[in-house]
Ligand binder design. Structure first.
Ligand code: BG6
Length: 507
């Protein structure tokens, strides 16, 4: 009998997951992300006793706050959680510090170095530092430069930089940013965040595929006829028009989150569960991915923008009426597209990607549709037999379902589709951690598996370059079609699938 291989690296990773003493430095500490996601995630880690006792958070921004003001500001968002465990908050908040820093002023960064040395002495953080750049993207490069010039990135074992998205706004800017960042520190010190990779269910794509024997043999062009990857939101642009107007759905969701889901779904099995082995396979599959019609990208992509909708009681504004949005804006809030992966596994299988704001439902999922049975022996109660589908539900109602045909009860021999379902909630009871909890812990552990490597980011931008160029140079060839808020997007997106005699799933 064959014995499965136990990967020694995997055992090692499992045993060593203890965060060493360190100071997490957050630039942009007065911003939204810090109080909405980062500090709550750190507090969660603290409550789960996953942070070392020699630990500190140093918030940095231009505002002249004191340590105490920073603690009070963070407490506002965490009010409910603090009421549940006031003692934990008391201890945790004593580890929060604040330093006014303007990353563009060299003297501020020198002062920062001195402050960090003070924190090392006070909290015994041993000079281990994770710098989190939660600042406007234009400061990612200068921020790294300032840290490197002040000598704060000199030790590759003790210093790391976490960089938020968006990493560049096209292939050439991402490449230039990579070069700049890599001029300041080693690639092993850089942790590019994509919060989708922090989601339990996104990680589960790998486990479903590679911890079971039943899926992998059929996970290819011989059995799968098409793949749909969807991330739909019901919310609109909210108060982020300033950023979103120059980004749009293609840059905001497709280049990063959707592409990461695509890579995990389509990549080859890595030899080990080892960060570089996984990232190599992701990069490889992205290099093999192409728009379905690179020469005429308008044939394989649809852009949309939400128009008003809702009802009398709850009317919803159209995108162009949102505060801060240009009334004649052509920024897309919806994208649907078709891509192919040119390798042995996937040749000829269309992958459809769609994302949008103000759609009918909030959901993210990967749907694999299998080929029809070669011979139809039975009539289906629903007309023709439906194809088998495996649906990986990323959110909400995290889990997976499998659709297949069974005999319809009764005397005849008709078939009928049914579903078999797994739900995280029902199976495990407890809600899984927020993505940032996992990602912050991994960054502080120095585990890069769930972070995007430089070549992956560049490959993802390269993939969408024909579309970005078209939008820039001849926008009328890729117009934004209006769609009513809280519907499933423009009719043109349905037409994109209709050409392959397919329908979008509308759960
Ligand atoms: C962010 C985008 O990266 O992801 C937002 O900037 C989007 O526009 C969000 O709303 C979606 O994340 P989630 O986890 O709610 O699916």
């Amino acid at each position: 009998m064959n014995t499965p291989i136990t990967n020694p690296l995997r055992v090692g990773l499992r045993q060593e997951r203890v965060i060493s003493p360190q100071c997490l430095v957050i630039f942009g500490a007065s911003g939204d992300l810090t109080h909405r996601k980062l500090v709550p995630a750190l507090f969660e880690l603290y409550k789960q006793r996953r942070l070392p006792s020699e630990f500190a958070v140093l918030g940095c921004a231009r505002r002249p706050w004191t340590d105490n003001e920073f603690r009070l500001k963070m407490a506002i968002t965490l009010k409910e959680k603090i009421e549940e465990s006031p003692l934990d908050w008391e201890e945790f908040s004593s580890k929060l510090f604040y330093e006014p820093v303007d990353l563009q002023k060299p003297e501020d960064v020198v002062n920062l170095g001195q402050r960090l040395e003070g924190i090392d002495r006070l909290q015994a953080t041993h000079g281990n530092r994770t710098f989190y750049l939660s600042v406007a993207p234009k400061f990612y490069g200068p921020g790294c430069k300032a840290l490197s010039s002040a000598g704060l990135l000199n030790d590759p074992k003790r210093s790391r930089v976490v960089i938020e998205k968006p990493f560049g706004r096209d292939y050439s800017s991402a490449r230039a940013l990579n070069q700049l960042v890599q001029g300041c520190c080693q690639e092993s010190q850089v942790f590019r965040i994509d919060h989708y990779l922090g989601k339990e269910t996104v990680q589960n794509i790998l486990v479903m595929r590679f911890a079971n024997t039943i899926f992998e043999p059929i996970w290819n062009r011989n059995y799968i006829s098409s793949v749909q990857i969807t991330s739909s939101e019901t919310v609109g642009v909210e108060d982020r028009a300033g950023y979103y107007e120059s980004s749009g759905a293609l840059r905001d969701m497709v280049q990063n989150h959707m592409t990461q889901m695509l890579a995990l779904t389509a990549m080859e099995p890595p030899g080990h569960f080892d960060p570089e082995a996984i990232r190599n396979e992701k990069a490889k599959v992205l290099h093999a991915t192409r728009l379905a019609d690179e020469l005429k990208p308008w044939n394989c992509c649809v852009r949309g923008q939400y128009a008003k909708g809702g009802n009398q009681k709850n009317p919803l504004r159209g995108y162009r009426e949102e505060p801060g949005v240009d009334p004649s804006s052509t920024t897309e809030t919806y994208v649907a597209m078709k891509v192919f992966i040119n390798n042995w596994r996937w040749q000829g299988v269309p992958f459809f990607i769609r994302t949008g704001k103000r759609l009918a439902k909030r959901l993210s999922e990967v749907v694999l549709t299998f080929r029809e049975a070669p011979v139809h022996l039975f009539d289906s109660a629903g007309g023709s037999p439906t194809s088998n589908q495996l649906i990986l539900r990323i959110q909400p109602n995290e889990g997976a379902e499998f659709k297949f045909e069974v005999k319809s009860p009764g005397s005849g021999m008709k078939s009928r589709p049914v579903e078999m379902e797994f739900s995280y909630d029902q199976s495990f009871g407890e809600p899984s951690d927020e993505g940032y909890v996992r990602l912050l812990a991994d960054a502080m552990l120095g585990d890069p598996t769930l972070f995007t490597r430089s070549d992956e980011v560049e490959a993802a931008w390269r993939l969408y370059t024909p579309l970005l160029e078209l939008i820039e140079d001849v926008p009328w060839q890729l117009p934004v079609h209006q769609y009513e808020s809280r519907t499933w997007g423009p009719a043109e997106a349905d037409a994109l699938l209709a050409r392959d005699r397919l329908l979008w799933r509308r759960p």
